[in-house]
Structure formats: structure tokens, C-alpha cells
Design a protein around this ligand. Structure first.
Ligand code: ATP
Length: 280
């Protein structure tokens, strides 16, 4: 029986860079959510392991052993086969964790297909710093290099509109341009936000420390933020290392803004969806 798993976009609502380890890994403190926009990974029984990639964002995505989906399959079981199909809808190298979410989806689909236990989030860290958080697509706080996870319950319902200027931004270049000296984390205790407006007000007091360096690497990010903020959402900021930016809106209002932006900026990738609040 074939299995299928959804790989939702991962959005860093905040991203505080709190330090750097001697081995070069940056230490983070980030509020992460997932949005019901994403890639799909299906896996069917087969003698050998294979991957095909299709979908609107498939161009340039490797279908060989370097794809994170193939690496995840080999991580789960070195010897078994499966015919995998990845439908790519998330832009590549865009700060919304597409590859990491695909890897987590592959682990979910293949553990069901092969009837082998799913690794714990922490165990998946060798596949990439963002893979552990993608193992359970629900609001979480991540600290350290990415494996210190803490669920954030009771996040208010809200929509996100995601906008990418279709310009890939390599994460190492953005960390290389980071000069900020404020390394303070988020408050130890996160507040309980009664609604999306309260969450947005709090987000306005937090940071994405990668936003300024990402704009230095790719100035078009500043244009995206200007356009989003002109629409007066509850809040707008960049996700991860960019270039994707998000606008936070009350539940049900994302699709309308997405249509407006698509019409005004046909060259941009624009998507909208609700924040995923359950483990799914
Ligand atoms: P993050 O938010 O975790 O920094 P990202 O969204 O910026 O991630 P990805 O889309 O995961 O970046 O792509 C990063 C690189 O990984 C690309 O250069 C791409 O060639 C490679 N890659 C490997 N597997 C995949 C995959 N399944 N989907 C997308 N990119 C992949």
C-alpha cells in the first residue's frame, strides 16, 4: 500500500541568533509555526529506492542521493526500497525549510510503508538543523542548534500569507553577513496570546536577526516587506534566512490578501494558509 505525507512550510515568526558554537553552528531561539501550504511526498513499495520530483517548484531540485528525501530514506533504513514521488510546491532555498520538511515527511511516509519505528525528533538532527522541528508540524519554540524543542500550545488561530520574490537566498551567505551584536534570547516564559492581534503585538517586540543581513545579500526582500506592510496586516516579517516573508492576519483573511498580491506582483510566489495548530 502506498503512503503519503504532507511537508508543510516552516515559518520562523521570530528568530533570535543568541550565539555561535566553537564548531561554527549558530545558536538560535525561534518561535516556529507551520502553514497548510506545502510539498507532498508519496512512497510506494518497490525493490530499489528511487525518487521523482514534479510540481511547480521542481526545477533545480535534485532527484539523486543528494536530495534530503533520499538521505532521510537511507537514514531510516539502509537496505530497503521504495518508489518515492515528491511534489514540490515550496520555493527552494527560501527560508521556509522546504527540504527539511520534505525529509521529515519522507521519514513519516516510509516508517508507515516499511513498518519501522519513527525516530524521535532529536534523533533526526544529523539530517539537518531544521529536521527535528519538522517532525511534529505544530507551533514550537526551538533553541540551541535546533534539537531543543518545546511545544507552544494555545497559539491563536491566524492565517499567514507567504511571499517570495523568486530569488533563492543561500543560508550560509546570510549568516556570513550577520553583524548584529544583540544576542538576547526571547523571554524565558512566552506569554499566552488571547488572539492573533495580541500575538502580532508581541511579535512586534521580537526580532529576526537574519532580516538585515538577508536584505544586504538580497535587497529585493526589503521591497517584499514594504509591499506587505503597506497592506496593513497584523504583522509582517521575514522567515528564517529569507527571502520568504510572511504577513499575519486574522483567520480567514489570508486568501484575499494573497489574491491582491498575486495580481499586483505576478513575478512573485504568493501563497496563503492557516497556521497548523495540531500535531496532525
Ligand atoms: P531552511 O529554511 O531550512 O534554511 P530553505 O527553505 O532555505 O531551508 P531548502 O529549500 O531546504 O532551503 O533548500 C536548501 C538546499 O537544499 C537547496 O540548495 C537544494 O538544492 C537542496 N535540497 C536537497 N533536497 C531538497 C528538497 N527535497 N527540497 C528542496 N531543496 C532540497
Amino acid at each position: 500500500m502506498a503512503t503519503e505525507a504532507f511537508a508543510p512550510a516552516k515559518i520562523n515568526l521570530t528568530l533570535h541568533v543568541t550565539g555561535q558554537r566553537a564548531d561554527g553552528y549558530h545558536l538560535l531561539d525561534s518561535l516556529v509555526v507551520f502553514c497548510d501550504v506545502g510539498d507532498t511526498l508519496s512512497a510506494a513499495p518497490a525493490d530499489r529506492l528511487s525518487l521523482r520530483v514534479d510540481g511547480p517548484m521542481a526545477a533545480g531540485v535534485p532527484d539523486d542521493a543528494s536530495n534530503l528525501v533520499m538521505r532521510a530514506a537511507r537514514f531510516l533504513d539502509l537496505s530497503r526500497g521504495a518508489a518515492m514521488m515528491l511534489t514540490k510546491r515550496l520555493p527552494v532555498a527560501s527560508g521556509i525549510g522546504g527540504g527539511s520538511s520534505d525529509a521529515a515527511a519522507a521519514l513519516r511516509a516510509l516508517s508507515a510503508l516499511w513498518d519501522v519505528p519513527l525516530p524521535s525528533p532529536e534523533e533526526t538532527l544529523p539530517l539537518g538543523a531544521d529536521v527535528p522541528v519538522c517532525m511534529t508540524p505544530r507551533p514550537q519554540r526551538i533553541r540551541g542548534v535546533g534539537a531543543r524543542l518545546c511545544p507552544v500550545p494555545d497559539l491563536p488561530t491566524a492565517d499567514l500569507v507567504l511571499v517570495n520574490p523568486r530569488l533563492p537566498v543561500p543560508t550560509p551567505a546570510v549568516f556570513g553577513a550577520l553583524t548584529r551584536r544583540d544576542r538576547s534570547p526571547m523571554p524565558e516564559e512566552l506569554p499566552r496570546w488571547p488572539d492573533a492581534a495580541a500575538l502580532a503585538e508581541w511579535l512586534g517586540t521580537m526580532r529576526n536577526d537574519l532580516e538585515a543581513p538577508a536584505i544586504r545579500v538580497q535587497p529585493a526582500i526589503a521591497d517584499v516587506l514594504r509591499v506587505l506592510r503597506a497592506e496593513k496586516p497584523l504583522h509582517a516579517a521575514m522567515s528564517g534566512s529569507g527571502a520568504t516573508c510572511y504577513a499575519l492576519l486574522p483567520a480567514g483573511q489570508g486568501a484575499g490578501l494573497a489574491e491582491t498580491l498575486k495580481a499586483a506582483h505576478p513575478g512573485w510566489w504568493v501563497a496563503s494558509g492557516a497556521i497548523l495548530r495540531d500535531t496532525g
